[in-house]
Design a protein around this ligand. Structure first.
Ligand code: FAD
Ligand code: SIN
Length: 564
């Protein structure tokens, strides 16, 4: 039972029902304004009212940072079978083939929709024809990555933002942090439906209740759980933590993908150096200039990401290096500047010229392959609650995501989530229970910020050191002990103090850390992104399996009603 002093005891839910039409704020609630959330919102606006919550400014999302592009079968030389095979290979035997086939097949249509909505992907002249330029990245056997130079995500966000603005049915609430889902429970305590969310309005520091007929979780990833990450600050795994608290199964959290190449510079905040550079021929070198990837994989620099990240980690540990080097300077300088204008300029700011020589790189946490379990229509285990994009686990990525498959998945699944929500509403209007208003009870103003900042730092550092690219049973056990201790401290602080976004995120972050460790401990094998020195091989004694964690089913009803 989670309820403690500090926040008022909620009334039981389910008894005091009122007619839905009088009680809902929106037909569709979308938590998250990245690619998955915005595609859903734009489509939903055609048939109902839509509220989109974003915890920071509306253009701040992982999507906005995507560089390489979106993978989709586009050229006549390519085929769905090839994209499927590449995805399965990267996923190290753990992808759900049905998920892979269906998402890959829907790729071109989803990309066409992005184009219709105004996204301008880079074009080139090919044999007198004006075509979309297709990039290549690690693990792809064909050129199939549509991109907007090296600022693909920014361009997608621009186009979707403009399309949303043109639709009066969409209301975007920026700087609103979703805290907890509104879950209706049966008399047995089991979740029966999701009816929206409690959200903190950062401008007024008040928590409002937003009731909706359907809710989409599109909150993105959780890179902030690691000390070094390519992700922006919004990526604290809030969606996974909220869904977990509500009772939705979460899976495969051990598969956190580390991107092999981020700029190594104290001020660069793990600035990503796109895999597309290696796709165009960039070579990884040791400080003396020796290339080393051939020793690790026949595809060298274009091996799947887990292989490249582990190879870099291994060379850094073997030689006691702070970084390795990425070299694209053998290509024509004008081409480099034109193909990678953003990366070129950002590197110059830190004193590195891509056209003149190698630049220092290190791996950093990048992408959450696991997440909230959904079916192929983005439905979660709780009716009226959908999840799409990085927050969700559809079975596409398996043990390791293929480069540029995440924008693909988010676009396809955002569309499908809408189709499923529309279908749900077409046959079931539903009646929302009367959820209580948020009641802070006796909670007091947080007076010791250091407790929050220190715990943030501690979680992120211990995840980096103990639950990083290479793991061991002993490190995982040690990590779990510390995380459980921190969790208790954080929870007690949470219940006694008025919430703000740092505290909300910290509480979510510790949950995500726990889930990553628990999943990693359940997996007694090395597979894809989960490399454990105590179990260095695939476990061939059983079929490949997902690691699924679920909060105790016998959850108290207040978990959704209160400020849980
Ligand atoms: P996001 O785009 O992350 O959006 C999440 C949204 O949720 C944000 O609006 C945020 O404010 C909101 N949110 C989160 N928590 C809350 C809360 N509690 N309350 C309210 N709102 C909340 N993938 C590719 O396929 N190709 C690439 O080239 C590529 N490059 C990348 C480069 C970088 C540097 C990074 C970081 C990622 C890259 N990825 C790439 C991954 C890809 O960008 C993301 O997986 C994808 O954009 C996720 O989209 P999304 O819609 O799921 O979430
Ligand atoms: C990159 O540009 O290297 C990122 C691509 C991705 O994460 O899919």
């Amino acid at each position: 039972m989670e309820l403690r002093r500090g926040h008022g005891r909620p009334r039981p839910i389910g008894a005091d029902k009122m007619k839905l039409r009088n009680s809902t704020d929106s037909d569709f609630l979308v938590i998250g304004g990245g690619i998955a959330g915005m595609i859903f919102a734009i489509k939903a606006a055609a048939i109902g009212s839509v509220t989109v919550l974003t915890k920071a400014a509306s253009d701040e999302a992982n999507t906005a940072y995507a560089q390489g592009g979106i993978a989709s079968v586009w050229s006549v030389d390519d085929s769905f079978e090839s994209h499927v095979e590449d995805t399965l290979k990267a996923g190290a035997g753990l992808c759900d083939r049905t998920a892979v086939e269906s998402i890959v097949r829907d790729g071109p249509e989803a990309v066409r929709e992005l184009i219709t909505l105004g996204t301008q992907f880079t074009r080139v002249e090919e044999g007198g024809e004006d075509e979309y330029d297709l990039g290549r990245e690690g693990g792809h056997s064909h050129r199939r990555v549509l991109h907007a130079q090296d600022l693909t995500g920014r361009e997608i966000m621009r186009a979707l933002g403009a399309a949303a603005e043109a639709r009066p049915n969409i209301r975007v609430l920026e700087n609103h942090v979703a805290v907890n889902l509104l879950i209706e429970r049966g008399t047995d305590g089991r979740p029966r439906a999701c009816w929206g969310v409690y959200a903190l309005d950062k401008a007024t520091m008040s928590v409002r209740k937003i009731v909706a007929r359907t809710t989409l979780l599109a909150t993105g990833g959780a890179g902030k759980v690691y000390l070094y990450t390519t992700n922006p600050d919004i990526a604290s795994g809030d969606g996974v933590a909220m869904a977990y608290r509500a009772g939705v199964p979460i899976a495969n959290m051990e598969f956190y993908q580390f991107h092999p190449t981020c700029l190594y510079h104290p001020m660069a905040k793990s600035f990503l150096i796109s895999e597309a550079l290696r796709g165009e021929g960039a070579i990884l070198r040791l400080p003396d200039g020796t290339p080393f990837m051939k020793r690790y994989h026949p595809d060298a620099e274009l091996a799947p990401r887990d292989v490249v990240a582990r190879a870099i980690d291994s060379e850094m540990k073997r030689l006691g290096l702070d970084c390795v080097f990425l070299d694209i300077s053998h290509l024509d300088a004008a081409y480099i500047r034109e193909r990678f204008p953003n990366i070129y300029k950002r590197c110059l700011v830190y004193g590195f010229d891509l056209t003149a020589g190698p630049i220092p790189v290190v791996p950093a946490a990048h992408y959450m392959c696991g997440g909230v379990v959904t079916d192929l229509m983005a439905r979660t285990a709780i009716p009226r609650l959908y999840a799409a994009g990085e927050v969700a686990m559809t079975g596409l990525h398996g043990a390791n995501r293929l480069a540029s498959n995440s924008l693909l998945e988010a676009a396809v699944m955002g569309r499908r989530a809408f189709a499923a929500a529309r279908e749900q509403l077409s046959h079931d209007e539903g009646i929302a229970p009367a959820f209580p208003e948020w009641d802070p009870g006796n909670a007091i103003q947080s007076e010791q910020r250091v407790l929050i900042t220190h715990s943030w730092e501690e979680i992120r550092r211990l995840m980096w050191n103990y639950v990083g690219i290479v793991r061991s049973d002993r490190r995982l056990e040690r990590a779990l002990r510390r995380i459980l201790m921190l969790k208790e401290e954080i929870h007690s602080y949470y219940w006694d103090h008025l919430i703000d976004s740092d505290l909300i995120e910290l509480r979510n972050l510790v949950t995500v850390a726990e889930l990553v460790v628990r999943c990693a401990m359940m997996r007694k094998e090395s597979r894809g992104l989960n490399y454990n020195i105590d179990h260095p091989e695939h476990d061939d004694t059983r079929a490949p399996h997902d690691t699924i964690v679920s909060r105790d089913d016998a959850m108290p009803a207040e978990a959704s009603a209160r400020p849980a």
